[in-house]
Design a protein around this ligand. Structure first.
Ligand code: AMP
Length: 433
């Protein structure tokens, strides 16, 4: 009788495993972000992966693609509605308000790391579970704060070894000047309805700013003639943006003024920006793939129930950064080689090795083993591959008479020592290497 094959389960579409061989990239990104975030005065915050659905409706915005189409929402047994966070900012502002972080000296500078979830069409660089790191500076209006976040992100990308990075920037004004721009956009698009895509027809009704974000070929020629936000900015927004650009010039940070950059989230005011790799294109739209993006959101804290508190922030996609590190063949030094490798033979040898492992650890000597391998030869091969300086060999005989063989991995010279002398001897020999 033919045996029925059990079907192997797969990770859900748009999700993936981070395998041991890739961890080296992830660790590198974590380390660089953490170190530079600390240098720039940002403190780490972790918020839950799951939040009240209402937080994203109010925060990210009812008419955004994220809230309209991309949220993983579930009803709990108690009847409440929870959502897997599609982005980090609303959760952080909720935590800021809930924990009274506004009582700390402001601006408060926070950073985070973690998975986000969006029900998107999966493709290269676009996942349903993806990881972001991000920064938020809460409680300051100064343009220099916008620029500092951008500077920090570019610094991170540089330290990760990435090249050919570009910045696009724009201003989206504020509730004072935005209505006039919205009106002008609607007037401009009103009599071109037949020429735009169905999505844009909808945007015209519910979120006209997003008309400028359309990637459909058909809409591009119309976009070109659309009114420019910069012509509608109020004095305050104009000055703010001018100042941001002056700071960028001061830092000699090249940027491209993109009048059509609007971003997909509702909360942005004034500065918005995207940072991208010059040559990488999005499969579907052929638009550049952004590595990170952000901007100012002066009204979100109030919208979520706090006092009016200006803020600016950004988030970056870690998968895209790592993909680019691989593409640009960034060299990462492997984990530091363990100085000593423990080799055992037989059950008694194994037992002694377990103990010796602890003792070396306590003596601060980096150590590795491959305790389930039966042959000395295969264990020595691993020691070689790892680049250990010495191996300690414990066979049946050594285990019985309380000795250890110390092998210099470079010269292959071996010597038998009493076990209680081995740590001191190792320290001496390692100091000479
Ligand atoms: P956003 O939160 O939409 O402003 O996106 C910020 C950054 O997160 C983007 O520039 C991407 O690098 C990354 N990102 C956003 N959505 C995804 C996704 N579905 N898959 C992978 N990375 C993403």
């Amino acid at each position: 009788m033919p045996r029925k094959k059990t079907k192997l389960l797969q990770a859900p579409r748009g999700t993936y495993d981070i395998l041991p061989e890739d961890q080296i990239y992830w660790e590198r990104v974590f380390r660089v972000v953490k170190e530079l975030a600390n240098d720039y005065g940002f403190e780490k915050i972790d918020t839950p992966i799951i939040e009240d659905t209402e937080l994203f409706i109010k925060g990210t915005g009812q008419t955004t693609d994220i809230v309209e189409k991309q949220m993983y929402t579930l009803k709990t047994k108690g009847g409440s509605s929870l959502t897997l966070r599609p982005e980090g900012t609303p959760g952080i502002i909720r935590a800021y308000l809930q924990n009274g972080l506004f009582n700390l000296p402001q601006p408060l500078k926070l950073f985070y790391f973690g998975p986000m979830f969006r029900h998107e069409h999966p493709q290269a660089g676009r996942f349903r579970q993806f990881y972001q790191f991000g920064f938020e500076t809460i409680g300051g209006t100064e343009p220099v704060l916008d620029v500092q976040i951008l500077q920090l992100f570019l610094h991170i990308l540089k330290d990760l070894g990435l090249k050919k990075i570009g910045v696009q920037i724009n201003s989206l004004g504020c509730p004072k000047c935005r209505p006039a721009f919205r009106r002008a956009l609607i007037d401009y698009y009103k009599n071109k309805k037949q020429k735009i895509c169905p999505d844009c027809e909808r945007r015209l009704k519910i979120n006209p700013l997003r008309l400028l974000d359309c990637k459909e070929e058909k809409c591009q020629p119309i976009k070109v003639g659309a009114p420019l936000f910069l012509d509608y900015l109020c004095q305050e927004c104009h000055n703010h943006f001018k100042s941001v650009l002056e700071f960028l010039d001061e830092l000699e940070m090249p940027y491209f003024l993109n009048n059509h950059l609007v971003r997909g989230l509702d909360y942005y005011t004034k500065t918005v920006f995207e940072v991208w790799f010059d040559e990488k294109k999005d499969e579907a739209s052929q638009a550049p793939l952004a590595l990170g993006a952000g901007g100012r959101y002066d009204d979100l804290v109030k919208q979520l129930g706090g006092k009016a508190t200006p803020a600016v922030g950004m988030a970056a996609g870690i998968e895209r950064i790592i993909a680019l590190m691989k593409e640009q063949e960034v060299k990462i030094s492997p984990r530091l080689a363990p100085k000593v490798f423990l080799v055992q033979l037989g059950e008694l040898g194994q037992r002694k090795v377990l103990k010796l492992f602890e003792e070396l650890h306590q003596a601060n000597i980096s150590v590795a083993e491959s305790i389930s391998k039966p042959s000395i030869k295969s264990q020595l091969k691993i020691a070689d591959r790892l680049g250990s300086k010495f191996s300690l060999i414990l066979g049946q005989q050594e285990a019985l008479d309380g000795s250890v063989i110390i092998r210099d991995m470079e010269s292959g010279v071996q010597e038998t020592l009493p076990k209680d002398r081995v740590i001191n001897e190792l320290k001496k020999r390692l100091a000479k290497k």
